[in-house]
Design a protein. Sequence first.
Length: 302
Amino acid sequence: MHIGILSRNRNLYSTRRLIEAAEQRGHTVRVIDTLRCYMSIASHRPSMHYKGQEVEAFDAIIPRIGASVTFYGCAVLRQFEMMNTYVLNDSVAITRSRDKLRSLQLLSRKGLGLPVTGFAHSPDDIPDLIKMAKGAPLVIKLLEGTQGIGVVLAETQQAAESVIQAFMGMKANIMVQEYIKEAKGADIRCLVIGEKVVATMKRQAAEGEFRSNLHRGGTASVIRITPEERSTAVRAAKAMGLGVAGVDLLRSNHGPVIMEVNSSPGLQGIESATSKDIAGLIVAHIEKNAAQAQKAPPKPKG
């Protein structure tokens, strides 16, 4: 197959591993910078152009779209969908997962475990919003934040009110969540491919930190998950419509709760922790599903 990878930097670990895995399995790969793509939107022959030339046909596209370019990246991906190219994760699923509030609402509809989450617009509602999230300590999150940026732990009622007022004063969209104290600064990343959890790791926050992101100094180790946690991760990815997803769970006193569903999960941490060829498993998933997609009649995309 001829596979295209939408990535702004071919030297990133995840992009390099996907190139290696695809080439090892006999495929040709081209990395194209998402922001250098531009498109001709036409009824009869939609096309994609890149650096002055029309892009050749791909059998499959792997989107590695950064959060900061979600809008344009999804427009580019949607154009490939219009051209009947198989995409690993489609534009609708990525858009769903990138909207923290929308994704939680969709997961809630499916009855999946979540931390109690509150969302409000008016400063007048702050006291009840805090009460809704079971009071302090609680977590305040920017809806646009990534990799732990824009996430604050407010340990007292007064601190929570001050932080929420400050964010609202800047017209920032935030949500508040109950603090799962029993998780002790650890979460579980489940890597879902298709309808199977293929790898898991525990991420432990650094001393004095409550965010377990590896970018924030967290450490990763292998962990065995329960059948309920496995089922939760698979159902969460399915609710978003993602073929490949990183589902982040916390272990609470009332079972697993979902923190986030990531549509472009990084491969370095989980491959290093588990010694599994995750990139190879992703390419194998593409081989199977791209072939099936070519046999099926094209679906209209919205």
